[in-house]
Write a protein that binds this ligand. Structure first.
Ligand SMILES: *Cc1c(COP(=O)(O)O)cnc(C)c1O
Length: 370
């Protein structure tokens, strides 16, 4: 006879307190989800919500991934030897300075796991990538969210927020979701002013789209506590594979690597990422399409007289009244963009720059609503 056990203990009491209060990440809606919700044909839906590459995945990455399928019976290389050699060659760093992750999202979480005790805090911009906050909260540590006047980093305010309990400072440049860009002087002066108990995490998810990105390797060479974060999700169009890495001093890397699960970067992702780094044609084409698309969207926004921020990355922020209503209306027309209510920006939509045809379609629907 099967019997039912009735536990007296609520699971709530078993979970760690930081899990009970953990906010849930709001991802951009998948195409299939929107298709079901609004009764639309998924093939006719345009997603410009998650800063994905509009050209599809990098072809050399896809080819390498296909080849790697035949070895799926084997565990991945837990030491990430080949990809480590490749990235170290590309970056001019030692493989010992690298930490690979299931997307840079995981690397950010690994950094939090490695360094944050509950009495510690992380400092980051109030309108910056939500994962800094989620990773900090999950460790039961404290968040110091610093206002961003004009939606850009104010580095003197960031520095003022740093105290004796601060372990990590996160800065994304270009910043997501605001799209604003900080200068090399701002970054370097800030890092050199940080006390030595603080680690600076510099998120470069969108730096490949910049003509003159800030290179933080000199700060690492100086021996500063600096971690750079890179991803294969954006310029290489491999967001679905989940591959990213951190580069930093050997000592910092060795500690983060202790926290890393042995097989966190799967074998398909390792193979595809290695090949993607050689796909110069796709890389340059992605940059070109992004630049052209930026100008195309800016031109129309100027004609419409709307306020926007278009400085960097592969997206543009546009200010509209009732952004959530406009987001909904666009969705019904089959165009998914990203509202920013969760970032305290109810008047802004973030638009991922697409191909010329995609941008046209978005702009046509958008103009109707203005
Ligand atoms: C997209 C993005 C990433 C990359 O995330 P992955 O986990 O590598 O896909 C990291 N940081 C920022 C600010 C981003 O917008």
């Amino acid at each position: 006879m099967p019997s039912i056990i009735i536990y007296q203990m609520k699971i709530e009491k078993l979970a760690r307190p930081s899990v009970l209060s953990q906010p849930v990440y709001q991802a951009g809606k998948p195409i299939e989800h929107v298709a079901r919700e609004f009764g639309l044909d998924p093939d006719n839906i345009l997603k410009m919500a998650s800063n994905e590459n509009p050209l599809g995945p990098c072809p050399m990455g896809v080819e390498a991934a296909r080849k790697a399928l035949g070895s799926l019976n084997y565990y991945p290389d837990s030491g990430c030897y080949e990809i480590g050699m490749k990235v170290s060659e590309v970056m001019g760093l030692s493989p010992k300075q690298l930490v690979f992750g299931n997307g840079s999202n995981e690397v950010i979480e690994l950094i939090a796991h490695t360094f944050l005790n509950p009495e510690d805090n992380s400092v980051f911009g109030a309108q910056s990538f939500i994962v800094y906050k989620l990773s900090t909260l999950l460790m039961g540590a404290q968040c110091k969210e610093v206002p961003m006047p004009g939606l850009r980093y104010d580095f003197s305010m960031l520095l003022d927020a740093v105290d004796e309990h601060t372990k990590l400072v996160f800065v994304a440049n270009p910043n997501n979701p605001t799209g604003t860009v900080a200068t090399k002087d701002e970054i370097f002066d800030f890092v050199r002013a940080l006390p030595e108990h603080v680690i600076f995490c510099y998120d470069e998810a969108y730096s490949d789209f910049q003509d003159d990105p800030v290179d933080i390797r000199p700060l690492i060479a100086e021996g500063r506590n600096v971690i750079g974060l890179k991803t294969f999700s954006k310029i290489y169009g491999l967001a679905g594979l989940r591959a990213g890495y951190a580069y930093c001093g050997e000592e910092i890397a060795s500690f983060i690597n202790r926290v890393r699960e042995p097989f966190n970067l799967n074998s398909i992702a390792q193979a595809a990422a290695i090949a993607a780094l050689d796909d110069k044609e796709f890389y340059e084409r992605s940059r070109r399409v992004n630049k052209l698309g930026r100008r195309q969207i800016e031109k129309k926004f100027d004609e419409l007289g709307v306020e926007y921020i278009s400085e960097g990355g592969n997206f543009i922020m546009v200010k509209v009244e009732n952004a959530l209503g406009k987001f909904d209306a666009l969705q019904k027309a089959g165009v998914i963009v990203r509202p920013n209510v969760g970032y305290g920006l109810p008047d802004w939509l973030r638009i991922t720059i697409g191909t010329p045809g995609q941008n046209d379609r978005f702009l046509e629907e958008f103009a109707r609503l203005i």
